[in-house]
Design a protein around this ligand. Sequence first.
Ligand code: FAD
Length: 342
Amino acid sequence: MAKAFAKGLLLSALFSLLAACNDPQSRQIDIDGKTMGTFYSVKVSGDIAISPQQLRRQIDAVLERANDDISTYRADSVLSRFNQSRSADPQPIPRGMADIILMAQRIGRDTGGAMDITVGPLVNLWGFGPDKRVVKAPDARQIDAAKQNVGLQHLKLLSDSRGEWLQKDLPNMYVDLSTLGEGYGADELVRLMARNGITNYLVSVGGAVSSRGVNGQGKPWRVAIQKPTDRENAVQALVDLQGYGISTAGSYRNYFEQDGHRYSHVIDPTTGRPIDHRLVSATVIAPTALEADGWDTGLMVLGSEKALKLAEEKGLAVYLISKTDEGFSAVMTPQFKAFLLQ
Ligand code: FAD
């Protein structure tokens, strides 16, 4: 199964979708497509002043622009050109990309560096970047060498009357925005809905989802958090987002195995190695999908105890699932409980 598609399964609007399809009275438009190596979905209900064809064109244009800006899978994106450059001079970046980096710096600081968008050299070394899989885990010498090019303190975001600029003081730095891109994409779709005066929608890019209002049956959109296993698709919890964004990071669907050991795509920047603890998924609800998408990876790196403590300190809406000897156990903050449907 494709890795990014797998993440899209962690959160789904499955129930809203089935309900809408079975109801001939439903006034709902569903538009699906591919972006960022994964899938997007847009569902809108009620009266809208735009045709589904026009809406699809606008959606594709917005997501295409996001790929052109921040994809490390496109050699000519703004981000790839920044990564390829060895210059220490500030380089111009689009406003949206600056917003992502600002959020990454904030969450990076708040998680004590657990979420670090400069982790790219390590992600690539472990085979989870655009160059894909490695068949063998790297050795300590390779990990130490990659770590020399990692560190948020080496990346500066500048702003002046002409626009936004990004600057690095390590020539071989590689910024990886994969952990935030889906959230940013979902927020871009939310902004598109607002520009079109659409107030009832559920949008998702991969595992980042945002919704507002009601579905075609006049009921709240329901988003399912799924059980953390690569075999089942059972529902763990259902939430109504009420205009917020949600995202899940998991260690169990994007990994490789060597000598009976599983190596996850979530990397701990401190050790330079994939995380190796019992927290298997972190789901976050936040005012924007971008923010939720940033926190979920940071919390995954921290592990359940530190993640819960930080979530409580920061007042975050968080749902953590850990592996136990008997199966799985879940814990949530009171802020998350407020979104639960059952
Ligand atoms: P998340 O949990 O949200 O993030 C995990 C990812 O973040 C890791 O895979 C790694 O890249 C990075 N990461 C790991 N550890 C850390 C850390 N400590 N701090 C910060 N980041 C970390 N994939 C394709 O196969 N083909 C494509 O064409 C393609 N295009 C893309 C275009 C864009 C604009 C983006 C944003 C992503 C694209 N991807 C593509 C990647 C893919 O779709 C997922 O976004 C990516 O694999 C992250 O997966 P996730 O959301 O499941 O994981």
